[in-house]
Design a binder for this molecule. Structure first.
Ligand SMILES: *[C@@H]1O[C@H](CO)[C@@H](O)[C@H](O)[C@H]1NC(C)=O
Ligand SMILES: *[C@@H]1O[C@H](CO)[C@@H](O)[C@H](O)[C@H]1NC(C)=O
Ligand SMILES: *[C@@H]1O[C@H](CO)[C@@H](O)[C@H](O)[C@H]1NC(C)=O
Ligand SMILES: *[C@@H]1O[C@H](CO)[C@@H](O)[C@H](O)[C@H]1NC(C)=O
Ligand SMILES: *[C@@H]1O[C@H](CO)[C@@H](O)[C@H](O)[C@H]1NC(C)=O
Length: 337
C-alpha cells in the first residue's frame, strides 16, 4: 500500500494517545465545547456502531479515536477508520474542534460528498488524512488556509481535477499523497518551493496527470517521488544528482523521454529506481554501481542500449527488469557482442 510508513506510524500514534507530562492514569477532563462538537459528528454519521463509545456520560477524552491535551482537555486528534458500514459526508462540525492537529478518515468507503470547506477552519491542523473513501470532487484550494499543515494524504479516493497551485502557499507542507484518484492537469511549478530546504515526499501514482516535471523541482530535496501510472512526458533527470537525499523514485508507466546516460544517481540512500514503461534512451551509467543499497532497479520497456554495468548490484536483478529495450546487453541478459 502506497502510504504505509506514515499511516502505520500515525495509527500507532493514535491508538495510544501521547501522554504529555508525566501523567498518572487520570484522563484529561474533556472540554465541553469539544464534546458537543464530537456528538454532532456522531449524529451526522447517524450514530454508527463504530462510535458506540462516544456517549455523553463518559468524558470525551476516553472515547475511541480521540486524544486530548492533558492540561486543557482540548481534543487534538480525531481518528475514524476501518468501517465499511459508516455512511454520510464529512461533517462540518469538525470545524468546531479548533485545537485539532491530527485528523484521519481512513478506509471508510461509505463516505461520499465533497470535502467540506469547514475543514479550512482548523488553524492548528498538522496532518490531514482522507484516504480509501468515496470522496469525489476537486482537491479543494481552500486547503491552503491550513497554514500549519505538514502532511496531506488524500490517496485512494475519487478526486478529480487538477492539483491546486495554492497548496504551495502552505509553508511547511512537505508530504503530499494524492495517489489513486482521477487527477488531471500538470504539476504546479510552485509546489514545495517555500519548503525546499526540507525533505519532501510526493506521491501521485495512478492518476491521469500530464506535462513535464517543472524545472523549479530541481531545488526540492525529494526523499520519495512516485509519479507512476500517469501521462507525464519529457525530462526527469532533474530529480537525480549525487547529493540528493532521494530514496525511492518511481516513474514507471508514463511517457518520460530522456537520455539516462548522463544521470548521476544519489549514492547515500537510494534504494528504489523504477523507470519501466517509458521512452528513456541512452545507456545505464556505470556510476549506478556506487549505489550500495539499491534493491529495485527496473528499466524494462524503454529504449536503452549498451552494456548493463558490472561489478555492483545490477547483475543481481532478474532479467525482466531489463527486458524490452533497444539493445541492452550483458548479465543478466545475453552477452554483448
Ligand atoms: C457492519 O455491519 C455488519 C452487518 O450488519 C456487522 O456485522 C458489523 O459488526 C458492522 N461493523 C461495524 C464496525 O460496525
Ligand atoms: C514552519 O516550520 C518552522 C520551522 O519548524 C516554524 O518555525 C514555523 O512556525 C512553521 N510555520 C507554520 C506556519 O507552522
Ligand atoms: C514563499 O514565501 C515568501 C515570503 O514568505 C512569500 O512572499 C511567497 O509568496 C511564498 N511563495 C510561495 C510559493 O508560497
Ligand atoms: C484516465 O483517463 C482515461 C481516458 O479518459 C480513463 O479511461 C481512465 O479511467 C483514467 N484513469 C484514471 C486513474 O482516472
Ligand atoms: C519490472 O517491470 C516489468 C514490466 O512492468 C515487470 O514485469 C517486472 O515485474 C518489474 N520488476 C520488478 C522487480 O518489479
Amino acid at each position: 500500500m502506497a502510504s504505509t510508513p506514515t499511516l502505520f506510524l500515525s495509527l500507532l500514534l493514535f491508538t495510544t494517545c501521547f501522554t504529555f507530562l508525566f501523567s498518572l492514569a487520570t484522563a484529561a477532563l474533556c472540554n465541553s465545547d469539544d464534546k458537543r462538537a464530537l456528538l454532532a459528528i456522531k449524529e451526522a454519521f447517524n450514530n454508527p456502531y463504530l462510535l458506540a463509545s462516544w456517549v455523553p456520560s463518559i468524558g470525551c477524552c476516553d472515547w475511541a479515536g480521540i486524544c486530548c491535551y492533558e492540561r486543557t482537555g482540548r481534543v487534538y486528534s480525531l481518528y475514524i477508520y476501518q468501517d465499511n458500514n459508516l455512511t454520510g459526508t464529512i461533517p462540518t462540525a469538525i470545524a468546531s474542534l479548533p485545537y485539532l492537529r491530527y485528523l484521519m478518515f481512513h478506509h471508510l468507503p461509505g463516505i461520499t460528498g465533497p470535502i467540506p470547506s469547514a475543514l479550512g477552519n482548523l488553524p492548528h491542523l498538522d496532518q490531514l488524512t482522507i484516504s480509501f473513501t468515496s470522496v469525489p470532487g476537486p482537491v479543494p484550494s481552500f486547503l491552503a488556509s491550513l497554514q500549519s499543515l505538514t502532511q496531506l494524504d488524500l490517496s485512494f479516493n475519487s478526486l478529480s481535477g487538477s492539483i491546486p497551485a495554492s497548496l504551495s502557499l502552505i509553508p511547511n507542507l512537505t508530504f503530499i499523497d494524492i495517489s489513486r484518484n482521477h487527477l488531471t492537469g500538470q504539476l504546479p511549478p510552485a509546489l514545495f518551493q517555500n519548503a525546499s530546504q526540507q525533505p519532501a515526499y510526493l506521491r501521485l501514482s495512478h492518476n491521469n496527470l500530464s506535462g513535464e516535471i517543472p524545472s523549479s523541482y530541481l531545488r526540492i530535496n525529494f526523499v520519495q517521488v512516485d509519479l507512476a501510472r500517469n501521462k507525464f512526458t519529457g525530462d526527469a533527470t532533474l530529480l537525480f544528482g549525487r547529493e540528493k537525499p532521494l530514496q525511492k523514485v518511481d516513474l514507471s508507466r508514463n511517457m518520460f523521454q530522456f537520455d539516462l546516460s548522463n544521470v548521476v544517481f544519489p549514492e547515500r540512500a537510494l534504494y528504489v529506481v523504477d523507470l519501466n514503461h517509458n521512452k528513456i534512451f541512452g545507456s545505464i551509467p556505470q556510476q549506478i554501481n556506487k549505489v550500495d543499497n539499491l534493491q529495485i532497479f527496473n528499466v524494462s520497456y524503454n529504449r536503452l542500449c549498451g552494456p548493463i554495468p558490472t561489478g555492483g548490484q545490477l547483475a543481481r536483478f532478474e532479467s525482466y527488469n531489463y527486458l524490452h529495450n533497444k539493445c541492452l546487453c550483458g548479465t543478466p541478459l545475453a552477452p554483448c557482442n
